[in-house]
Design a protein. Structure first.
Length: 135
């Protein structure tokens, strides 16, 4: 459900030399991290995502700049603006996501609960919605 997608604040240690934020497996997030990737150098007006996962859980973090994450569970839709480097959005399985409105220089970091597996993806929204209706 869409309400299972929550924002999580990570610890931040503030210092006059700069801030330090850290994330620990199973301590700050509800899964062990098996894959990390990031999006950068995103051209103005570009959108990313446009898919859902059957089993994978993710945390999406704006480590620099900002962007919107539109989440959809097949019945409800919500837009979350990510703009703080010490805050992540937990995306649970069976949630369609689209990332848009990237600021200049935005960097999107993703922590994933498993390795890449193409068969875990829904890349067609109509198929995703149809499977949600069946379950």
């Amino acid at each position: 459900m869409i309400d299972d997608c929550i924002t999580i604040k990570f610890p931040i240690i503030e210092d006059n030399r700069g801030n330090l934020t850290f994330i620990e497996n199973s301590n700050h997030i509800p899964f062990d991290i098996k894959r990390v990737y990031y999006l950068s150098d995103i051209p103005k007006g570009s959108e990313r995502g446009g898919h859902a996962h059957k089993k994978l859980k993710q945390i999406i973090i704006a480590v620099s700049g900002s962007f919107d994450v539109v989440i959809d569970d097949g019945s409800n839709q919500k837009t979350i603006n990510l703009c703080q480097s010490n805050e992540g959005l937990l995306i649970v399985p069976m949630i369609w996501r689209e990332l848009k409105n990237f600021s200049m220089g935005a960097v999107c970091l993703v922590l994933a609960s498993d390795f890449f597996l193409e068969s875990d993806y829904y890349r067609d929204k109509e198929n995703f919605i149809e499977d949600k209706r069946i379950k």
